[in-house]
Design a protein around this ligand. Structure first.
Ligand SMILES: *Cc1c(COP(=O)(O)O)cnc(C)c1O
Length: 401
């Protein structure tokens, strides 16, 4: 068979399984309102939790940041590290309460680069089964023994820590702080305690925690520092913090924050940091202002929190299949791929964009609508979505579910 024939056959299989994915082309800025195929839709699928992707101050900073050069023209270690990148790294270290930070071009690269730099052959990497694909790919690429435990299962984690101790070598435990498809939090305080007891290093992915939550660590408030800070944990307890700038910061790129030694080590050994062109200076300029707005306008986090509560209360009233999530990510587990695809298409007809999440992004049998809330949604908009959802679910033929 030719390549094209082979691929066509595989794509046909994918369609038959209701797993085929299609790009949606947007014609306007991805705020709560988007224009898709010429139609205005209300989006409940973006990760722009605080509405910073369209914040005028962020956009202005990014536009003027472009005057530093459209691109960095080289990797960070060659001549692609500008003062604005250093400012961004220092600011991130400040707001996360860590000694230092390093920016990466994306969260995917940050996770792969960090895991592969920290563990290798003869070491262990322990992951939650529902970890983000980038953590899983990092574990695969690292050549370390890869051990997994059931989602948020502390006994399962301890069993794998014991196995890792028998294997010998260093052990890295990597988890999402906020699960990207479930919205629930990892029990970080207990995990940190287990890691301390078994001499393992804890790495937490704050892709969805950074900017949306935080808390008191020691005697200092870190309102942006994610689920690690919400659990009151220090840099010693969670030595590796990763966060992204493409979600609550509304921009692009990512960071790892921790001790000076960790950051220095990553500069030496994280290949996806070393062998790629530096972050465009305009992005760094936009991110700096986005973090400033996060600090200056705490009411955005308050509004997000209120929207989450409103959504959950109204969805419970409509008897929708809510998950255990207190975060901006509110999945409705429908199970069947066909149902998810049909309901998402019907919602789009009615003017709403929600994510239709299917395997392999989530385990088989757990297909879901992934609804994400933003500070920029109004209660009226959330109410409209919920009414449309309840109607679409009611009219979905029971026989196919
Ligand atoms: C989105 C996401 C990433 C990847 O970040 P990008 O900057 O989009 O590459 C990593 N981890 C989690 C949990 C995510 O949700």
């Amino acid at each position: 068979m030719t390549l094209t024939e082979t691929l066509r056959r595989r794509l046909d299989e994918r369609r038959a399984q209701n797993l085929y994915r299609q790009l949606k082309t947007l014609d306007a800025a991805p705020g709560p309102r988007a224009i898709v195929d010429g139609r205005a839709l209300l989006t409940f699928s973006s990760n722009d939790y605080l509405g910073l992707a369209t914040h005028p101050d962020v956009i202005a900073a990014q536009q003027s940041g472009a005057s530093l050069g459209a691109g960095t023209t080289a990797s960070h270690l060659v001549n692609g590290h500008l003062r604005i990148h250093q400012q961004l790294q220092d600011t991130i270290a400040d707001v996360t309460g860590r000694e230092a930070a390093l920016v990466f071009s994306s969260g995917y690269m940050a996770n792969i680069g960090t895991i592969c730099a920290l563990v290798g052959r003869g070491d262990n990497i322990i992951s939650d089964r529902l970890n983000h694909a980038s953590l899983i790919d990092g574990a695969r690429l690292s050549s370390a023994a890869s051990l997994r435990f059931p989602h948020n299962d502390l006994d399962g984690l301890e069993r794998q820590l014991e196995r890792a101790a028998q294997n010998g070598g260093n052990t890295l435990v990597a988890v999402d702080g906020v699960y990207s498809m479930d919205g629930d939090l990892a029990p970080l305080a207990q995990m940190a305690e287990l890691c301390r007891k078994h001499n393992a290093w804890l790495m937490v992915d704050e892709a969805h925690g950074f900017g949306t939550m935080g808390g008191l660590v020691g005697s200092e408030q870190f309102p942006l520092a994610g689920s690690i800070a919400a659990a009151g944990l220090t840099q010693d307890e969670v030595p590796v913090m990763m966060g992204t700038l493409g979600k609550a910061a509304g921009n692009a790129g990512a960071f790892v924050a921790g001790s000076r030694e960790l950051i220095d080590f990553l500069v030496q050994f994280a290949r996806p940091y070393i062998y790629t062109t530096g972050m465009p200076p305009a992005v760094a300029a936009g991110c700096l202002v986005a973090i400033d707005v996060m600090q200056r306008e705490p009411e955005r986090r308050v509004r997000l929190g209120r929207n989450i509560e409103f959504f959950r209360a109204r969805a419970a009233g409509l008897e929708l299949p809510l998950a255990q999530s207190a975060s901006a990510i509110q999945p409705l587990l429908l199970g069947c791929e066909k149902k998810v695809v049909t309901v998402a298409a019907e919602l789009q007809e009615r003017g709403f964009l929600v994510g239709a999440i299917r395997p392999p992004t989530v385990p088989a049998g757990t297909a879901r609508l992934r609804i994400t809330l933003s500070a920029n949604h109004s209660e009226a908009q959330i109410e409209q979505l919920l009414v449309a959802l309840a109607e679409s679910l009611r009219t979905f033929p029971a026989v196919t579910s």
